[in-house]
Ligand binder design. Structure first.
Ligand code: SF4
Length: 86
């Protein structure tokens, strides 16, 4: 499955599970109280929860689709959401 967009809803408890699953996609930036989607895997290049911009993944990000799916399944509070490519 190819993932088109991934974002993180409110309420992150900073458990690091998603970062441990795939640090190329997820990070908890200094000073942030939530995991974020790395700018390196987004078309807009911004690192944040990706709820406001709703940026699609770039080619590098799409290549991590399986890991993103795994991270979403492993989030203990189920706030990692994604859409799949048509
Ligand atoms: S797995 Fe979920 S709760 Fe844990 S850091 Fe990632 S987004 Fe936050």
């Amino acid at each position: 499955m190819a993932i088109a967009r991934v974002w993180i809803e409110e309420g992150c408890i900073c458990c690091n599970a998603c970062v441990n699953t795939e640090a190329a996609v997820f990070s908890i930036p200094d000073g942030m109280d939530s995991a974020a989607i790395r700018g390196e895997v987004r078309k807009d290049g911004v690192t944040d929860r990706n709820t406001a911009a709703g940026s699609d993944l770039n080619t590098a990000g799409i290549a991590w689709s399986d890991a993103i799916e795994e991270a979403a399944a492993g989030c203990p509070i189920e706030i990692i959401r994604f859409t799949t490519a048509a």
